[in-house]
Design a protein around this ligand. Sequence first.
Ligand SMILES: CC(C)(COP(=O)(O)OP(=O)(O)OC[C@H]1O[C@@H](n2cnc3c(N)ncnc32)[C@H](O)[C@@H]1OP(=O)(O)O)[C@@H](O)C(=O)NCCC(=O)NCCS
Length: 216
Amino acid sequence: MNQARKSIHSIRPMKEADISQVSLIEADAFPQLFPPTSFRKELQREISTVLVAVTNPNLVKDSETPHTTLTQKNSPFTTYRSGNTGWKPGMEFLSGFIFLWNMTTDEPHVMSIGTRRSCRRKGIGELLLHSALTKSICRGAKSLTLEVRVSNIAAISLYQKYGMCSRGLRKSYYTDNHEDGKIMTVDNIQSMDYKNLLNDKWVRLEKRLKTDFYFF
Ligand SMILES: CC(C)(COP(=O)(O)OP(=O)(O)OC[C@H]1O[C@@H](n2cnc3c(N)ncnc32)[C@H](O)[C@@H]1OP(=O)(O)O)[C@@H](O)C(=O)NCCC(=O)NCCS
């Protein structure tokens, strides 16, 4: 546990107390999603895994802590479309989540991933995807798959960074604007080559995020 105290960002499974923050992060990241995910139901569902990124406010620079900046305008923790971060004093501060369904053990499916708008481009999305892949490998999965809007360059670039390749299109998959969904998959995640890739990415991420610990 000493190591955990040193981490600025860490990953753990979602718990009930996180639902308000995760729901707000989802609402901001996926404004067109209706109905929103019932994370309370997902907590009960055996096939669901929701991991959250926790940012330790005691270890980020003073100017970035949610405690000190919640009242300041334009802070990285308060810039939020609804004006409500879902965070209250005494809570852990969540900066993102990844939500998977394990309909088969072999091929888990990423249902969604989102980081707070104010916490993007800091490596947190990557940390979440890395964690989901690591957890899936530990559970015996052989591949990981998902759908992404063809216009979502940021997410596609993240997935490609982890070896995910296009496996075709789902025409008019998104009901709000009939946008196509790109199916992306990474196979052979149990292979030594893929585990080496994950190790290599981890060394870089660790430096970038000063994250040294998974809470699994
Ligand atoms: C996609 C998303 C989760 C990325 O999270 P993030 O914390 O900003 O991502 P990271 O900082 O970890 O970036 C990891 C990689 O993603 C890619 N990436 C992230 N944002 C990007 C952007 N704006 N433009 C291009 N590439 C981007 C890059 O490859 C980046 O690697 P790099 O830092 O070496 O350049 C985030 O943008 C988000 O929540 N978007 C809204 C919800 C969404 O679209 N989810 C995906 C649905 S399928």
